[in-house]
Design a binder for this molecule. Structure first.
Ligand code: NAD
Length: 448
């Protein structure tokens, strides 16, 4: 059992803290957001993640929550390890390390006044060189001590929102980045209960791995969207079938000894759609691209990946405009606001970008629904007289002209049972959730 502090209780920090506590570690999660901490103290998760509330209840005797301020920060030196899971947004195209910097300054002050060795392990996604240079320099300057008096690690997180708890508890790999051998021992003890591939490497390589992982997936998404956009302009191409044939290449879909096809998850990234969104891919691709420019390697592929992705909401609108006489005066039902199903996270959600474009086109009304993300959407969408939020989307369907499925929540499969009400209406299934054959009397459009 290790005593672990987690700094930052967002999607990564809270899921990590709760799951580490479920493995019998003693965990305290710290955050500068007092509201968040108060809710967590009442055992209420401030974010939605499948299973999180349940694991929190089960692990409640091993986990505590603390509002981080100048009165409580001293507590941090009582732990074997401090894991840092604060945000690392991309601002003006480059990684913004200000949250990481404030943690480094605080930890430097604490280390200065203590003789205890402590390992600080960064879990946030940070550009290569952050841990071993940027973070280390601040710690050494602030504390007047050297690496070895304290330890440094980098343990990138690969969880996916929506299934974050499952991903954390059953990971495909755990990456143990370290700058000193004591920190490697600490990481090995923290992750002892997990039985999966564990990669040991320096912190810079760990940092790079996370970016290559995300950027490569984003590259697949933009590449397939580009092929789909080309095929649509050529005309007469069934792109669904094109991709089906590509997927069957046994380098994508291997066939086992019994002749059975193994459909890997990567196939999901090889389908045309809305482009990538969310709190990671957009900012991570931009950050590594900016770093590439800084080190004198123009990131030509990544620039194109970003450009294709930025344009994809407009492509979707074009597809719609080609099928509808006038968008003006139309009532639109927008199904889904979260960037993907099973999360309440709307960061870089394609749905919100589409809503903005539709609003600019002068549509009459946008009625927006999401099972759990409406309150987060309201915080970021500029108020508009055209946008209303609805809870009971089924009852709105008769009054709308166009229905857009922008997040593939399973709930929206109910549309398949409403084909009579949908008579004459346009359905833009931007996530290819449904089946065209179910809507013989509607205009059913997909992105491919
Ligand atoms: P988030 O915005 O949900 O949470 C960050 C939390 O840190 C917030 O609660 C904020 O109040 C807190 N915070 C900020 N400054 C602080 C400080 N000085 N001290 C204490 N708390 C502070 O972010 P997130 O989505 O959990 O992402 C965190 C990091 O993990 C990012 O680097 C992100 O790129 C990476 N990551 C995210 C995901 C994901 O799916 N969300 C997956 C893998 C990696």
């Amino acid at each position: 059992m290790m005593k672990i502090a987690v700094i930052g209780t967002g999607y990564v920090g809270l899921v990590s803290g709760v799951c580490l506590a479920s493995k019998m570690h003693s965990v305290t999660c710290f955050d500068i957001n007092e509201n968040t901490i108060n809710q967590l103290k009442d055992e209420i998760c401030h974010i939605h993640e499948n299973g999180l509330q349940e694991v929190l209840s089960q692990a409640k005797f091993n986990i505590h929550f603390e509002y981080l301020n100048e009165h409580t920060e001293n507590m941090l030196m009582d732990f074997d390890a401090v894991m840092v899971a604060v945000g690392t947004p991309t601002v003006n195209g480059s990684a913004d390390l200000s949250q990481i910097e404030s943690v480094a300054l605080m930890m430097g002050r604490l280390i200065k006044n203590s003789n205890k060795y402590i390992s600080i392990i960064i879990k946030s996604t940070v550009i290569p060189g952050t841990t071993d240079t940027y973070f280390r320099n601040i710690l050494e300057q602030e504390s007047g001590k050297k690496l070895g008096d304290f330890g440094l690690g980098m343990n990138p997180e690969f969880l996916r929102e929506g299934c974050a708890v499952e991903d954390f508890l059953y990971p495909d790999r755990i990456v143990l980045g370290y700058e000193d051998s004591k920190t490697l021992e600490v990481l090995e003890r923290i992750y002892k209960p997990w039985d999966c591939d564990k990669l040991k490497l320096n912190t810079r390589s760990a940092e790079m791995m996370k970016y290559v992982n995300n950027s490569l997936l984003a590259t697949l998404i933009s590449t397939v969207n580009e092929y789909s956009n080309i095929a649509r302009k050529i005309g007469g191409i069934n792109f669904d079938k094109v991709m089906k044939g590509v997927h069957l290449d046994n380098r994508w879909t291997p066939i086992n000894k019994n002749g059975k096809k193994i459909i890997p998850k990567i196939i999901d990234y090889l389908k045309p759609g809305c482009g990538y969104g969310g709190s990671c891919f957009p900012k991570d691709v931009m950050a590594i691209s900016a770093l590439a420019e800084d080190v004198g390697v123009p990131a030509r592929i990544l620039s194109s990946v970003i450009e294709v992705n930025d344009k994809q909401p407009e492509v979707i609108l074009d597809i719609l405009e080609n099928e509808v006489d006038r968008l003006k005066d139309k009532n639109i039902l927008m199904l889904g606001l979260a960037f993907k199903p099973d999360t309440d996270d709307v960061r870089e959600s394609v749905s919100l970008k589409l809503m903005k474009l539709l609003d600019n086109k002068g549509v009459r009304k946008i009625l927006a629904h999401d099972p759990i993300a409406i309150s987060n959407a309201k915080k970021v969408i500029e108020p508009s007289a055209k946008v209303d939020y609805v809870n009971d989307w089924q009852s709105i369907v008769p009054d709308t002209d166009i229905i857009i499925i922008s997040t593939n929540w399973i709930h929206y499969k109910d549309l398949s049972n409403m084909s009579e009400i949908l008579l004459g209406k346009v359905i833009l299934d931007a996530r290819s959730l449904l089946n065209k054959s179910v809507f013989p009397n509607s205009k059913y459009i997909t992105v491919n």
